[in-house]
Design a protein around this ligand. Structure first.
Ligand SMILES: Nc1ncnc2c1ncn2[C@@H]1O[C@H](COP(=O)(O)OP(=O)(O)OP(=O)(O)O)[C@@H](O)[C@H]1O
Ligand SMILES: [Mg+2]
Length: 319
C-alpha cells in the first residue's frame, strides 16, 4: 500500500478557471487547486447542486489565507459545500468535529505507540498545514472558548509549534486553508435549539471571514430532490417541499426536506430491499412524512416548553 502522505507530498498545484469549474462558463479568473485527487480528497457528489453562496466560498479560496467561518442552521449544507468545492479543486481535506473537550493536541497531534516504540502522529491541522490541505473544523462553536483561543496564532498565519515532537515547527504551506463551520455565528444560540454551543471569544471570532449559509429555497430543494430521487413523480416532490415548508417555524425552518425526507426514503428502500419486498416510492414517502410529523411535533413541544407558546396546528397539506 502506498504511503498516503507521500501521495499528498507529490501533488502538484495547478490553476483552474473558476467560472469554467463551477458554472461551466469560463471567467478568466484563476483559482488554485491540485492536478489530481488523492485519498484525502472528498468524492465528487454528482447530485450536488451548488447554492449561490458557493460564489463567496470560491472568492474566499482565491483571495488568500484568512480563515473562514461558515454558519447556519443544521442541514443547511455548510459541510457539504466545503467538501464539494474541495472535491472540484482536488483539494485534500483533513476534518474533525468539535466538542466541549476537544484539545489542541487533537488537532496538532500526539505521541502514540508504534511497534513497541513511541512515535508522533500528526493531527489533522498539522497535516493540512504541512501538506497544503484544507483543514475543516466542524461545529467549532462547541469548543471551549479558552481552548479555541489556542488556535489564534495559526489563524493569524503563524507556524504551528509542536513541543511534543521535539519542537517541530510547521510553517503554513501556501495552499493551506482553514474553514470552520457552526450553527451559531459565535455569539451564542438564542433559539435554544443548539444545546452545547458556546459564545466564543471576540478576539478569536475577529480573525475569521464570516459567511452565512441559509437553507436552500423551495426551487432549489425541488431540484435537489429531483437529483436525489429521480423516480419520484414531480408533483410528489413539490408536495414534499410544500409540506416541509408548512411545518410552523419555531425559529428554525421546517424545510429540512433534503436530509430528513430523502434520507428516510433511502433508508426505507434499503430496508425493504433487504427484506426482499421492494415497495413503490410512495411507501418511502409515506414513511418519511410520518417520521417528519414526529419531528414537527417535537419542535412544537420544544417551542411550548421554552417559550410558553401553545402548540399550533400542523397543516401538512399532504394530499
Ligand atoms: N446543495 C445541495 N445539494 C445536494 N445535497 C445537499 C445540498 N445541501 C445539502 N445537501 C445534503 O443535505 C445534507 C446536510 O448537509 P450538511 O451536512 O452539509 O449540512 P450542515 O449545514 O453541515 O449541517 P450541520 O449543521 O448539522 O452540520 C447532506 O446529506 C448533503 O449532502
Ligand atoms: Mg456540518
Amino acid at each position: 500500500m502506498t504511503d498516503p502522505l507521500a501521495e499528498i507530498g507529490s501533488l502538484s498545484a495547478v490553476d483552474f478557471d473558476a467560472g469554467a469549474l463551477f458554472s461551466g462558463q469560463p471567467s478568466g479568473r484563476e483559482i488554485k487547486g491540485y492536478a489530481a485527487a488523492c485519498r484525502h480528497t472528498p468524492a465528487i457528489d454528482p447530485d450536488y447542486l451548488f447554492p449561490a453562496v458557493m460564489r463567496d466560498l470560491v472568492v474566499w479560496f482565491m483571495s488568500g489565507n484568512d480563515p473562514l467561518y461558515l454558519f447556519g442552521p443544521t442541514g443547511s449544507g455548510k459541510t457539504s459545500l466545503v467538501r464539494q468545492v474541495a472535491a472540484r479543486l482536488n483539494y485534500p481535506v483533513f476534518d474533525i468535529t468539535g466538542h466541549g473537550r476537544l484539545e489542541f493536541s487533537d488537532l496538532a497531534g500526539h505521541l502514540t505507540v508504534d511497534n513497541g516504540s513511541m512515535r508522533f502522529q500528526h493531527g489533522p491541522l498539522a497535516l493540512a498545514m504541512k501538506h497544503g490541505g484544507l483543514f475543516l473544523l466542524n461545529e467549532i462553536d462547541l469548543l471551549d472558548p479558552a481552548s479555541a483561543a489556542g488556535l489564534n496564532g495559526v489563524l493569524d498565519g503563524a507556524p504551528l509549534c509542536i513541543p511534543e515532537n521535539g519542537g517541530e515547527v510547521i510553517p503554513p504551506h501556501p495552499m493551506f486553508r482553514f474553514v470552520a463551520t457552526a450553527n451559531t455565528n459565535g455569539g451564542s444560540d438564542g433559539t435554544g435549539l443548539y444545546q452545547g454551543t458556546l459564545r466564543q471569544n471576540l478576539a478569536f471570532m475577529d480573525r475569521f471571514w464570516l459567511c452565512e449559509v441559509a437553507y436552500p429555497d423551495s426551487t432549489a430543494e425541488i431540484q435537489i430532490l429531483e437529483r436525489r430521487a429521480p423516480a419520484l413523480p414531480a408533483d410528489l416532490r413539490s408536495t414534499m417541499v410544500e409540506f416541509a415548508n408548512e411545518v410552523p417555524d419555531t425559529s428554525i425552518s421546517g424545510a429540512r426536506v433534503v436530509r430528513e425526507l430523502s434520507a428516510l426514503i433511502d433508508v426505507t428502500r434499503a430496508t425493504d430491499l433487504e427484506r426482499g419486498t421492494l415497495h413503490t416510492p410512495d411507501h418511502g414517502v409515506e414513511r418519511g412524512v410520518r417520521e417528519r410529523l414526529v419531528v414537527a411535533a417535537w419542535k412544537q413541544k420544544v417551542c411550548f416548553l421554552e417559550q410558553g407558546k401553545p402548540p399550533q396546528k400542523v397543516d401538512c397539506g399532504f394530499r
